[in-house]
Design a protein around this ligand. Structure first.
Ligand code: IPM
Ligand code: MG
Length: 361
């Protein structure tokens, strides 16, 4: 089959890690007789440099015309990059939020899974790790604080900044349904995370989630306050199957969840709407400090490409092959710096991509 893939290399380590994911996808094409045609799309700093804005209409059209979008990372060093002298609405991150909104990507799935091989890279004690853990964070991605009205004003020399956290019940319902559907394919448990002891938006969240749960009597629902969840993720991560939460809490908790799997360089993500089109990106940022040095871990992007094969292209077998190749390379003892431990073989970004591509069976 032939598929159209929009590639967004982006900024920092983005171009390096996307190049490795593409290498792996090309190997999949070869082995499974598919054809992927790629269109490079500019986003973030790369788009600012070329067009003065972090996302153009043309980029949106290109993304919409494709079967799936695979992205690296966007953004630069806020202290030194000229991008951060621009108005906030013209900075790299604004482009990412705008493309999420333009494609209506309300469901962000972030699986956090501990590879047995990475136990040594996991910062938790052995008895806490136990047999390992395997959870998925289902983060609402187009609402909440990220998209509410914001402004900064100054009165009598005193500056005041306001951000708005707003959700309507339809936005909550559609993401809750996604979480319950996913739980059904896993271990039938949803932990809905909120701050219902303080926030109105969380109290509405809780009541809509409870309503949705009535249609899924086979799935266990529990509610957890976000501060407690942050603690439970390091106290007993095994308890989680599907974590359902709003945009900002999901941003924070997914970084924490990725760290307990050994490195943020391992966490993939899929952002989906009601159609097959999705945007796939690692959960980590653009790491400008190591950009261009062949040091970045490309695995999160390669695993994001596997999610793309599975969710947007319906190529399950091929997705399994990519995941198995990652597993094999880890079993063989190859590591990038972020997941390095004693007795393993240190490799760079390109070598890791080559090894995984070669392991595609
Ligand atoms: C993420 C990132 C983004 C977010 C930033 C770059 C705007 O941290 O995808 O988690 O906060 O959503
Ligand atoms: Mg984040």
């Amino acid at each position: 089959m032939e598929y159209k893939i929009a590639l967004i290399p982006g900024d920092g380590i983005g171009p390096e890690i996307v190049a490795e994911a593409r290498k792996v996808l090309d190997k999949v094409c070869e082995k499974y007789s598919h054809k992927f045609s790629y269109t490079e799309v500019l986003l973030g700093g790369a788009s600012i440099d070329a067009h003065g804005v972090p996302l153009t209409e043309e980029a949106i059209v290109q993304a919409k015309a494709s079967d799936a979008v695979l992205m690296g990372s966007i953004g630069g060093d806020a202290k030194t990059s000229p991008w951060y002298k621009l108005e906030p609405s013209r900075r790299p991150e604004a482009g990412l939020l705008a493309i999420r909104k333009a494609l209506n990507l309300f469901a962000n799935l972030r699986p956090a899974y501990l590879y047995n091989e990475l136990r040594d890279a996991c910062p938790l004690r052995d008895e806490i790790i136990g047999d390992g853990f395997d959870m998925i964070i289902v983060r609402e991605l187009t609402g909440g604080l990220y998209f509410g009205a914001r402004k900064t004003t100054e009165e009598n020399g005193v500056r005041t900044a306001v951000d708005t956290l707003s959700y309507n019940e339809n936005e909550i319902r559609r993401i809750a349904i996604k979480a319950f559907e996913i739980a059904r394919k896993r271990r039938n448990k949803v932990t809905s995370v909120d701050k219902a002891n303080v926030l109105d938006s969380s109290r509405l969240w809780r009541s809509v989630v409870e309503d949705v749960a009535k249609d899924y009597p086979d799935v266990t629902l529990e509610h957890m306050l976000v501060d407690n969840c942050a603690m439970q993720l390091v106290r007993d991560p095994k308890q989680f199957d599907v974590i359902l939460t709003e945009n900002m809490f999901g941003d924070i908790l997914s970084d924490e969840a990725s760290m307990v799997t050994g490195s943020i360089g391992m966490l993939s993500s899929a952002s989906l709407n009601e159609t097959k089109l999705g945007l796939y990106e690692p959960s980590h940022g653009s790491a400008p400090d190591i950009a261009g040095q062949n040091k970045a871990n490309p695995i999160a992007t390669i695993l994001s490409a596997a999610m793309m094969l599975r969710y947007s292209l319906d190529l399950d077998k091929e997705a399994d092959a990519v995941e198995a190749a990652v597993q094999k390379v880890l079993t063989d003892g190859f590591r990038t710096g972020d997941i390095m431990s004693d007795g393993c073989k240190l490799v760079g970004t390109k070598e890791m991509g080559d090894l995984i591509a070669d392991a595609i069976a």
